[in-house]
Design a protein around this ligand. Structure first.
Ligand code: ZN
Ligand code: ZN
Length: 328
């Protein structure tokens, strides 16, 4: 193993500087733990010497390690001074400023009962299985091209970067049981950190996070982690309609179309999805239906017809952009 050239401690020190080189702000964790280094008495709310302030921004001194991950730094000298003081320190990376989104899968180490939501799905034992359900739903595979870290308790951190301008917020438990999403206002334990249970260990040879795949970003939107982009205003263009358009759409409402989809024959569901979203997009363009209403109706009906959210999403987007292109 080429890793053994350095001691575990040296590897950690090198990792801290390497993350800073990649513009990932690091903060110090108490040696052997995953908790931030304790704040000084002035900043420690439980100390008699505590000085009232809200956080790092109005801190009465120039904070060095106080205020946990809010004190994360991109300054090599500062990080080195922490290393000098606590050679066995662990470290964390502030995921938001680093432009990262990390899917944190946990095992069911406390033997908690499986939530009702999964009671009818065989084989759901922990966060890994909940993640597999999401993959299945979108027809996606577990990534092999992005950095992943195993945790001392058998968990897994799947690292991805975010496309420019994309923000992912915390939304407790929304992704699913024992799956945590770490991005804005969050941090992740740095690989090479060690607790009494073992090391956070990077798996395989992939050292860089790749950009989060489309299906994941879409799912994060759906689970309330990623704010929906404002709906693009679509001009309502009155145009000359052909006889065929009139025959096809005359009198049909978005509810009619949704009903058609929800009750489609099993073998025809995909084709019907494509056809009714196209018709519904046309109604939006004629100003006969609100876009948000159309989206909701197609999602509801599509799910009734056992279509995946990703499939529905694709159908709606291509229908809307096709209609927009044709009307322009
Ligand atoms: Zn302090
Ligand atoms: Zn302070």
């Amino acid at each position: 193993m080429s890793r053994s050239r350095y001691t575990p401690r040296e590897r950690r020190h090198r990792a801290i500087h390497a993350f800073i080189d990649r513009d990932c702000p690091v903060s110090a964790l108490t040696p052997g733990t995953k908790v931030p280094v304790k704040s000084c008495p002035q900043c420690d709310i439980k100390s008699p010497d505590y000085v009232r302030h809200h956080g790092i921004k109005d801190c009465p001194h120039k904070p060095d390690m106080c205020h946990g991950f809010h004190a994360a730094t991109l300054d090599h000298d500062k990080a080195q001074s922490w290393i000098d003081r606590y050679p066995d320190l662990n470290f964390a990376i502030s995921t938001g400023p680093a432009g990262l989104v990390i899917v944190d899968l946990d095992t069911n180490k406390n033997g908690a009962p499986v939530p009702d939501k999964y009671a009818n799905i065989p084989g759901v034992k922990d966060g890994y299985d909940v993640w597999s359900l999401a993959l299945e739903r979108y027809g996606a595979r577990h990534p092999t091209d992005t950095m992943q870290v195993s945790t001392p308790n058998g968990g897994l951190h799947i690292w991805h970067s975010l496309p420019p301008g994309v923000v992912v917020n915390k939304s407790e438990g929304a992704f699913g049981w024992l799956v945590d999403i770490r991005s804005t206002n969050s941090y992740i334990i740095g690989p090479t950190s060690v607790t009494k249970d073992g090391e956070y260990r990077r798996l395989g040879d992939v050292t860089e996070p790749t950009v989060a795949p489309d299906w994941l970003l879409h799912h994060l939107e759906h689970t309330g982690h990623k704010p929906k982009p404002p709906a693009r205003p679509r001009p309502r263009i009155i145009r000359q309609r052909s006889d065929q358009d009139d025959r096809e759409y005359r009198g049909k409402t978005v509810q009619d179309l949704a009903h058609e989809l929800a009750t489609a024959q099993e073998t025809e569901r995909h084709a019907v999805l494509v056809r009714v979203t196209a018709a519904a997009a046309y109604l939006v363009h004629r100003g006969l239906c609100d876009e948000a209403e159309m989206r909701d109706a197609m999602y509801d009906a599509g799910r009734d017809a056992q279509r995946t959210d990703y499939e529905i999403h694709k159908a709606i987007e291509s229908a809307l952009s096709y209609t927009a292109g044709r009307a322009a």
